[in-house]
Design a protein around this ligand. Structure first.
Ligand code: FAD
Ligand code: NAG
Ligand code: NAG
Ligand code: NAG
Ligand code: NAG
Ligand code: NAG
Ligand code: NAG
Ligand code: NAG
Length: 504
């Protein structure tokens, strides 16, 4: 899909920028003059932001997690360093009617999600500071910051925030979509820890401060609405004292999965009721190289307690490996930044009410799909599962509530199907695997009466209907707020900022 688009753009001669400017947006025909209009915008940026404007063919230092996005051909990439520069950049792009994408940590998976297909990539990477308030209860975090930068900045104060598990993931996408953390049983999801957003909004690309009391509609919409409402240049979030934590891992053979799933569900219940320091994630993976299935657990505790007893029953199950792990800081555990751009990836997601039976069926469905696709050499699928803890769900009602539409007693179970591979020749096999697996999984959940409609935007596959999963009322509310602040549809699927998931 993207490769045809890119090939087309490469063959396209540059059209005159002035002819482009004379056209009104309603006459806009993207394929005819898109690159010409962006050329003009890029020239403006080149003179305004010397050293921070990179044309694609000379942008050799640019890298990003997903290889498909790395191979995406844009016209230029600009690195604004402040909110007022982001505001000016957006003004220039709208004036030239040039398409764009916005990049923070760059951990999304499709071209145009955060690297523009044939337009301008706005790279927020220089807006990465963290400032702690005098009373040490809040911090202002730049809209382009990475998880590891934030943990590293808070660590000297002995503070933590609701951050992600992987250091290279961005504050921006993570927090706008939801943000599940190893601290979520205690402090909720990241989107509910945001007190204030500084955000570039339309129609005039002005800088707005959005909170429970200022623009409450937009405040609701930014908590789950993704990239539909504006470019966030800073997040003001709650922070809290945080010391060292425990993380351990242990892998089990395929013959132990039934027993494992029974113990895992008991631990999810424990996270809710008895001890919010407890966190469990597990992943069921197929290794194409070894033609083998394994179940791995990550066992966590939000205090420096080695081998917490909450995991004893799970660890009594015969395992393939000894328990390995230890005590570390969240800053240290997220500091690694590995090589980027090596793998092609897709995610897809299903949420459901607790059901060990469905967990068992999901494994059978996973294997059936691996088998029915035959020899998928090099395609590595894994199903990652954890809980949306009861306390995190309760916290979603705070400050007027968020847009996600999750309102249940107790916990839900969230599943991320992650498929990675290295060669574009396997693209079709990987997409097909994901579609079939998710279709079968949802059907099994429906049959058991345990499907929850929520589809986590940060784990969703292209084509999954994220906003319908928030519930009809939330979806319509998001659409109405979007129309109200962006009547021309600049940030919509027919406007300039088209990638990722759009409410309209
Ligand atoms: C290795 C890995 C580990 C992960 N771990 C977790 C985890 O522990 N918990 C979890 O909840 N999720 C996790 N995720 C999912 C992650 O939250 C999403 O992929 C998220 O969208 C990534 O955000 P980003 O800023 O890195 O990506 P980007 O691709 O830069 O951004 C994603 C989308 O958000 C938009 N966006 C980004 N910043 C802004 C901004 N400041 N203003 C407006 N729009 C913006 C972009 O335009 C883009 O459309 C993980 C993903 C990966 C690949
Ligand atoms: C790439 O980064 C290096 C190190 O920061 C810098 O010296 C070099 O000029 C950069 N190259 C380009 C093309 O921007
Ligand atoms: C975050 O917002 C609160 C409430 O408006 C404010 O009191 C606090 O100073 C802000 N924090 C920072 C670091 O700016
Ligand atoms: C912000 O980004 C710049 C440029 O990549 C980097 O030099 C700096 O260390 C980063 N700041 C923080 C706090 O990580
Ligand atoms: C904002 O844009 C609208 C529509 O383009 C225009 O009518 C209005 O005057 C602008 N407001 C400011 C403060 O520039
Ligand atoms: C587990 O630890 C024991 C004792 O140190 C060791 O003998 C054994 O080989 C280990 N098993 C595995 C699977 O690593
Ligand atoms: C898959 O193909 C590879 C390479 O062609 C081969 O080595 C392997 O045995 C095959 N696996 C299966 C399960 O057929
Ligand atoms: C991808 O696979 C094709 C077909 O098997 C092969 O010709 C090509 O060399 C591979 N590319 C890479 C980068 O491995």
């Amino acid at each position: 899909m993207w490769s045809t688009h890119v090939a087309y753009l490469l063959a396209l001669p540059l059209s005159s920028a002035s002819a482009v400017n004379a056209l009104q947006p309603k006459d806009y025909e993207p394929s005819l003059y898109q690159e010409g209009s962006c050329q003009q915008a890029c020239e403006t940026f080149a003179s305004e932001y010397p050293g921070r404007l990179h044309y694609e063919d000379a942008d050799t230092n640019f890298t990003i997690w997903d290889q498909k996005q790395l191979q995406t051909v844009y016209v230029c990439r600009v690195e604004p360093a402040s909110a007022s520069e982001v505001s000016k950049v957006v003004q220039v792009l709208v004036d030239n009617w040039c398409r764009f994408a916005v990049k923070c940590g760059g951990h999304s998976r499709y071209p145009d999600d955060s690297v523009s297909v044939g337009g301008v990539t706005i790279d927020l990477g220089l807006i990465n500071g963290t400032v702690v308030s005098d009373d040490r209860t809040t911090a202002r975090i730049g809209g382009g910051a990475l998880t590891r930068q934030v943990f590293a900045a808070l660590d000297p104060y002995g503070l933590g925030y609701v951050g992600g598990r992987v250091g290279q993931v961005g504050m921006g996408g993570f927090t706008l979509g939801g943000g599940t953390s190893v601290l979520s049983a205690k402090y909720g999801w990241a989107l509910d820890s945001v007190l204030e957003y500084e955000v570039i909004v339309l129609p005039n690309a002005t800088i707005a401060t959005v909170s429970e009391n200022q623009h409450p509609d937009l405040y609701y919409a930014l908590r789950g609405g993704g990239n539909n409402f504006g470019i966030v240049t800073s997040f003001n979030v709650t922070v809290f004292p945080q010391g060292l934590v425990y993380a351990g891992s242990r892998t089990f053979g395929d013959d132990q999965t039934d027993r494992f799933l029974e113990e895992a569900e008991k631990i999810f219940t424990l996270e809710d009721a008895e001890d919010t320091n407890v966190v469990l994630e597990y992943r069921y993976a197929y290794s194409a190289a070894q033609d083998r299935y394994t179940m791995s657990s990550t066992q966590r505790y939000a205090e420096p307690v080695s081998n917490p007893p909450a995991f004893d029953a799970m660890n009594a199950i015969p395992a393939l490996s000894n328990l390995s792990g230890g005590i570390t800081s969240l800053a240290a555990s997220t500091s690694f930044s590995g090589p980027l751009g090596q793998t092609r990836n897709i995610f897809a997601s299903v949420a459901h009410y607790p059901s060990v039976e469905l967990g068992k069926q999901a494994i059978r469905i996973f294997k059936d799909n691996v088998r029915s696709l035959g020899n998928m050499t090099g395609v590595n699928p894994e199903l990652i599962t954890y809980s949306i803890p009861a306390a995190a769900i309760e916290n979603m009602k705070a400050r007027g509530g968020n847009a996600l539409g999750i309102d249940v007693k107790g916990h839900l179970v969230i599943n991320l199907l992650s498929v990675s591979w290295a060669n574009s020749t396997s693209d079709d096999a990987a997409y097909s695997f994901a579609d079939h697996f998710i279709g079968d999984f949802r059907q099994a959940a429906e049959s058991l009466g345990v499907l929850h409609p929520f589809i986590y935007i940060n784990y969703a596959n292209k084509g999954q209907d994220v906003f319908s999963g928030y519930g009809e009322e939330n979806k319509q509310k998001l659409i109405a707020i979007q129309k109200d602040i962006d009547p021309r549809g600049v940030f919509t699927s027919s406007g300039l900022w088209r990638g990722f998931f759009k409410v309209r």
